[in-house]
Design a protein. Structure first.
Length: 161
């Protein structure tokens, strides 16, 4: 899967760290063993914001973040838990399935990545569309929003969807 042209290309570093070095640094610096798709995309907007969230989770969230949390909770309120086995059984039967706030995992260059798209609508085993709601005041999709959805698409692809 190639990277869409509208996603900014990272600067090439001569001494690029290995996947093991990156995983070790994530564990030592932030106490995590994977990277969230949302954090990767948020780095396009503000790297410091991501670093502060990881290092200082006790810092209060802003009004737009609180609105986003409330909106996502409202969306997920109607959802019911489903096991992976039950999900695959429904999908294999050809049913249309609306999946909300489900965790997908994958890797990019050896680095574990996780993400929870707001909605993935499947027709059997084939995803028809993917939705990630944004609750800010602006009505346009920013590059970091597009990158987040692209990462979710990559995770779906890696999970054979």
């Amino acid at each position: 899967m190639s990277v869409p042209s509208w996603i900014p290309r990272p600067r090439v570093h001569r001494n690029k760290p290995s996947a093991q070095q990156v995983k070790k640094r994530l564990e030592q610096t932030y106490g995590i063993n994977y990277v969230r798709a949302a954090d990767i995309s948020d780095q396009l907007f503000c790297e410091k914001k991501v670093e502060l969230r990881l290092l200082r989770p006790e810092i209060k969230k802003g009004a737009s973040q609180l609105a986003g949390l409330a909106g996502h909770e409202e969306l997920a309120a109607e959802a019911r838990p489903i096991s992976r086995k039950e999900l695959l059984k429904q999908m294999a039967s050809g049913k249309k399935v609306l999946l909300r706030e489900s965790l997908f995992s994958g890797r990019h260059r050896g680095i574990p990545i996780r993400g929870k798209p707001d909605i993935v609508y499947f027709d059997g085993m084939r995803p028809l569309f993917l939705v990630d709601y944004k609750f800010g005041t602006k009505r346009e999709a920013y590059p970091n929003h597009r990158l987040q959805v692209a990462l979710y698409g990559m995770l779906l692809h890696q999970n054979k969807f």
